[in-house]
Design a protein around this ligand. Structure first.
Ligand code: PBG
Length: 335
């Protein structure tokens, strides 16, 4: 593929096809549409509530009725899927995260409200992990030494996924990074008759410094002691991401995710080149906040920054992107 067959300059001029807008459109390799976007939303208690999140300017938590309204908005914008995260009241958090298994918890009520508002016009993705429900902010159960235990956590994640599927979730997305959870969840979903519920695995999820605003949004930041490095991946590792993806596919994941997004586009490309599966990426809260801070500082234009970064995900091989800019981008793309 290298240049040896190219006509030498001036017979070959790569600027010819770039010289007009129509020609650039004709030669564009990567297409970005609202259909490539997944919109993450934060759910809070109450009704008629909108709670702005200071570290995520422009993003709010919404009570269940507001979530239903956002779902209608998403449908009208051509956004095919929402991802839901709960802000669990402090008194419902516990060491064993039992609220995660409550079939009437915030997430289950939000899923049902979206279904009532939009039927099957939109997909609903729910996050499988315990951190919005634990009093310590870790994604799993913690033993006496402070270690996040694997197998006991997986048992709870399976129950959590079944509760979410029972409420009507279309995609369950384990974001916890425990070993063996994809296979366990897949077998349980099959056993319960949820044969068409998809699993989008957070297969390569890194112990990243870009999650801070998210932890504010779900109310975990002040609770979390220590870090998540004993289960989330080392940002220095790429080969290991391929092993994570291979395992999750073998265990029954329908699609895989890389997270965070922009700093890990090399991982997206390697996964896409190695495995013939749909790959998604999460442009996480810290990335969103950096773009907004850049805009506020006059470092760039929001429209251009958002479209360029989202196009980069597509070019790297993503089927779609989870992004807090989803409604903003969808409006731009359909203008
Ligand atoms: C936790 C979870 C996190 C995010 C999604 N699910 C944070 C974490 O692992 O601490 C981060 C998303 C974002 O930063 O936007 N299960």
């Amino acid at each position: 593929m290298t240049g040896s067959y190219l006509a030498p300059y001036p017979l070959g001029r790569l600027r010819r096809t770039r010289s007009t807008a129509w020609s650039r459109a004709l030669h564009r390799e990567t297409v970005l549409t609202p259909g490539n976007l997944i919109w993450p939303l934060f759910v809070c208690e109450g009704s008629g509530e909108e709670q702005p999140i200071a570290s995520l300017p422009g993003v709010s938590r919404w009570s269940v009725d507001g979530i239903a309204a956002r779902a209608r908005e998403a449908v009208s914008l051509g956004i095919p899927c929402l991802a839901l995260f709960p802000h669990t009241p402090a008194d419902l958090r516990s060491a064993d995260a039992r609220e995660a298994l409550n079939p009437d918890n915030l997430i289950c009520r939000a899923v049902k409200a979206i279904r009532d508002a939009c039927g099957s016009d939109i997909g609903v993705l729910t996050d499988v992990a315990l951190d919005p429900y634990t009093s310590h902010g870790q994604d799993g159960l913690v033993d006496a030494q402070g270690y996040v235990v694997n197998d006991g956590t997986v048992e709870l994640l399976v129950e959590q996924a079944l509760v979410q599927a029972g409420a009507g979730a279309d995609i369950v997305a384990p974001s916890d990074m425990m070993d063996g959870r994809i296979g366990a969840i897949r077998r349980a979903l099959e056993g319960a008759g949820h044969v068409n519920v998809q699993i989008m695995s957070y297969a390569a999820k890194y112990a990243s410094a870009f999650y801070g605003p998210f932890r504010d949004a779900v109310g975990s930041r002040g609770l979390l002691k220590g870090d998540k490095k004993s289960y989330q991946m080392d940002p220095a590792n790429g080969e290991e991401a391929l092993r994570e993806v291979a395992l999750d596919i073998a265990e029954g994941a329908d699609s895989v995710m890389v997270k965070p997004g922009l700093p890990y586009l090399d991982i997206v490309r390697r996964v896409k080149d190695r495995f013939d599966v749909p790959v998604f990426a999460y442009q996480v809260s810290g990335e969103y906040a950096m773009i907004e801070a850049g805009v506020a500082a006059g470092a760039g234009e929001r429209e251009a920054l958002v479209l360029e970064t989202l196009t980069a995900f597509r070019r790297a091989g993503c089927s779609g992107v989870l992004t807090y800019h989803a409604p903003f981008a969808a409006r731009l793309l359909s203008a």
